[in-house]
Design a protein around this ligand. Structure first.
Ligand SMILES: Nc1nc2c(ncn2[C@@H]2O[C@H](COP(=O)(O)OP(=O)(O)OP(=O)(O)O)[C@@H](O)[C@H]2O)c(=O)[nH]1
Length: 750
């Protein structure tokens, strides 16, 4: 992944994903040089209008993220209900068979999980909210990444019993990568074993994020009644048939000391992360309610702190307070720094100016082909997008007419005439891929695109009806919608191969192909994305020569290959270095040498999988005045690489997954046994009430069929989730087996 592909948002410390380029020119320079179409336009007045400032003050773009099954969809359904967007609440997997509003795809309803995030728009008081419900299953991580890319803040939903789980950690890491401030909501306070204090401790220790409760629960488990608001010092209850009436009361007498202790803890935690409260703390002064609110907001937006709220979505408790907190403590679009790259100026990093009177810049972050046709979700970063206006697709330079502009509400929509900076909207019939930038044509800038993880699994796909035109139509659409879903045709077997982030990820597409396009397919055995790599430096000196009759070919390359450090490989999967001095290889042939190297990376000799983690250093060579050509050097470098790779003690790498299994405690032995059998390395075991949670690193190749095994080993009570961790060398005997298998396949083909 080239570094420029990773998006800069805020050059915050420790992100590790921020470009090294320094913004010096400012946006003004980029514009004054003229835009893509040479339509030089001067900046409008840079001072935003009071109306725009007021509009942005009352706008929040938030995501709701969590580990699978923590209750995101149930929480979102309540938010839509209380904000008046829906008239009735339908439960996920509810008896009424309607399903939650945000889980609108049939498949989601059947499986009871969110697989595609839906953007929705709602209003709470005088504030507009754009909410994206993000999927919790790791196979759909790209959806979470996209949501975090365009949102300014997030609600992290945690279960009151399970607390911080593997996906919570993944989501938290993604939020850090995109510098997203977050508030935490401990859901399921009605569950047996609910323990918010333990969950707050987990946020502090496992996520390393200073956290403190803003509320104290009144009663717990079945007897959970409501909360005490620590700042206002009053009890808050949800009454009415669906918790729509908020009733305030005195703090129950038996909780007075607990509330006092919780308030002290909140102040002490804030004192650590906020200077103003820190000073008051040292002077032993009591902060006022306003001082505390301001400090919570400052520290949350600075991502030094997460305020913790609690409730039970299913029992309709605590959601309105969560909405209040979203508006109080999460940032407006003007409080988040976003950047873009100035294409005409060496991709220098420029700050986005988040006001409507600037030239329009927007990012297409999600494509969806639903019942209304092709929809493209866009976040307007600066400027304004208006119906009837043209938008310019930066990558292709094409202009498209904005004929219809809508705001989405789950699966229904609302037409609007214009949307200002900071808003999220959707357009119809626009041809682009997710991650593409649009402008008004006066500037040539790109919001850098999103981090797309490598796929870990692939399988062959054959349509039963070979002549169906829908087969390739569906594959094209899925690829445009989801950059982690990839399709290629195997050059030898001529089979169509699909690759993605896990078995479920691919299963869903096979199923969608059948339901939405009427194409039944047979699938091959899933194949793990093995890689090959070098483990030691290996020199090369290779001459490609064909000088008998006709136009000859001559190219000589000398140098070495070596492994790239493991910790650099995520950002630098391979590298070509040119150290040729004195023109022994004319500079115009160097790109051809690099091409020969990348050709060689496509297929390793051991098992035919791509090669990663290798640097080729070209030191010397020779050329012939007549017979040398680009092709000759490309072939020389290709063969030189192949030969030196063979001598580099190569190893086969396999994807290793982080697997988290939870099951009733009596099955702990069977769970550990099942993971050991699959050569899992147990990294953590924890018991929570009568449940055990086991975390292990297991090769993906050993995980096939695990859900069936776990189900029978735990009487259907165990659950597991997994996500890609790293590629690691396979055991020597496995490597031998894989090589043998590959040789056999090659022999069969002959
Ligand atoms: N006891 C209890 N159960 C809840 C609560 N909120 C949600 N649930 C249940 O937890 C399960 C998961 O809820 P969802 O809202 O689908 O969770 P999610 O996080 O959106 O799940 P994915 O979409 O699969 O990632 C459902 O069976 C809900 O009924 C709650 O407050 N208390």
């Amino acid at each position: 992944m080239a570094l420029s592909m990773l998006l800069p948002r805020l050059a915050g410390p420790g992100t590790g994903f921020v470009r090294a380029a320094v913004a010096t020119s400012g946006l003004r320079n980029a514009v004054s040089r003229g835009g893509i179409l040479g339509l030089t336009r001067r900046w409008a007045s840079s001072a935003p209008t009071p109306e725009d400032i007021d509009r942005l003050k009352h706008l929040r773009n938030i995501g709701i993220s969590a580990h699978i099954d923590s209750g995101k969809t149930t929480v979102t359904e309540r938010i839509l209900y209380y904000t008046g967007r829906i008239k009735e609440i339908h439960e996920v997997r509810g008896k009424d068979n309607v399903g939650a509003t945000m889980d609108w795809m049939d498949l989601e309803r059947e499986k009871g999980i969110t697989i595609q995030s839906a953007a929705t728009y709602a209003q709470w008081g005088d504030t507009n909210l754009n909410i994206i419900d993000t999927p919790g299953h790791v196979d759909f991580t790209i959806e979470v990444e996209r949501a975090l890319r365009v949102l300014d803040g997030a609600v992290l939903v945690l279960c009151s019993v399970s607390g911080v789980q593997s996906q919570t950690i993944t989501v938290d890491r993604q939020m850090r990568r995109y510098n997203v401030p977050r508030i935490s909501f401990i859901n399921k306070m009605d569950r047996a074993g609910a323990n918010p204090t333990r969950i707050i401790d987990q946020i502090r220790t496992k996520l390393k994020l200073p956290a403190a409760a803003l509320q104290v629960p009144i009663g717990s488990e079945d007897a959970f009644e409501g909360v005490v608001d620590i700042l206002t010092q009053r009890a808050v209850y949800n009454k009415g048939s669906r918790g729509e009436d908020i009733v305030y009361d005195e703090i129950p007498a038996h909780l007075a000391d607990t509330v006092q202790a919780a308030r002290e803890e909140l102040i002490a935690t804030l004192a650590e992360v906020d200077d103003e409260i820190g000073e008051l703390f040292i002077e032993e002064k009591t902060p006022t309610e306003d001082q505390l609110r301001d400090a919570i907001r400052r520290a949350t937006i600075a991502r030094k702190f997460t305020p913790v709220l609690m409730g039970s979505a299913i029992k309709d408790k605590g959601i309105q307070s969560l909405l209040d907190a979203v508006i109080r403590y999460l940032p407006t679009p003007t409080e988040v720094k976003n950047t873009m790259l100035d294409i005409d100026n060496n991709e220098q990093v420029l700050d986005v100016v988040p006001y409507s009177n600037q030239p329009f810049v927007g990012l297409a972050f999600k494509l969806e082909e639903g019942k209304y046709g092709q929809l493209t979700y866009i976040r307007v970063y600066q400027g304004r997008l208006e119906k009837g206006q043209f938008a310019y697709h930066v990558k292709t330079g094409k202009k498209v007419k904005v004929s219809r502009l809508v705001r989405m509400h789950s699966n229904s929509m609302e037409d609007v005439d214009s949307v200002g900076a900071g808003e999220i909207c959707a357009l119809f019939g626009i041809d682009c891929a997710s991650g593409d930038t649009f402008t008004d044509g006066t500037i040539n800038c790109s919001m850098s695109t999103m981090f797309v993880p490598d796929s870990v699994i692939s399988l062959s796909l054959t349509p039963k009806d070979k002549n169906s035109p829908n087969f390739s139509k569906a594959l094209n659409r899925f690829q445009r919608e989801d950059p982690t879903f990839r399709v290629h045709v195997d050059s030898e077997s001529k089979q169509t191969i699909i690759s993605g982030m896990g078995e479920l990820h691919l299963d869903i597409y096979v199923e969608r192909m059948r339901r939405e396009y009427g194409v039944d397919c047979t699938t091959g055995k899933p194949q793990v994305a093995f890689r090959e790599t070098a483990t030691r430096r290996s020199p090369f000196s290779y001459t490609h020569k064909k000088q008998s009759g006709g136009a000859g070919q001559f190219g000589r390359v000398i140098g070495y290959i070596e492994p790239i450090d493991e910790d650099q490989q995520a950002e630098l999967p391979h590298e070509f270095v040119n150290n040729v001095m004195g023109g022994n290889i004319p500079t115009n042939y160097i790109p051809a040498c690099e091409k020969g190297f990348t050709d060689g990376l496509q297929e390793g000799f051991m098992i035919g999988h791509p090669i990663v983690g290798v640097r080729m250093v070209l030191q010397d060579g020779a050329a012939h005045s007549v017979d040398s050509s680009e092709l000759a050097f490309r072939l020389a470098a290709f063969h030189a690489f192949r030969e030196s790779f063979k001598a580099s003690n190569p190893r086969v790498l396999e994807p290793v997954m982080n697997v988290e299994v939870s099951a009733p405690i009596e099955f702990q032995g069977s769970v550990l046994g099942s993971l050991n059998k699959r050569k899992g390395l147990i990294v953590d075991t924890e018991t929570q009430e009568d449940y055990c949670v086991v975390v292990a690193e297991v090769p993906l190749n050993n995980m096939f069929g695990y859900s069936t095994e776990l189900r029978s080993a735990t009487q259907g009570k165990g659950e597991f989730s997994m996500e890609y961790k790293k590629h690691s060398p396979v055991l020597p005997n496995v490597q031998e087996e894989l090589i043998k298998e590959h040789q056999k396949k090659l022999a069969e083909k002959k």
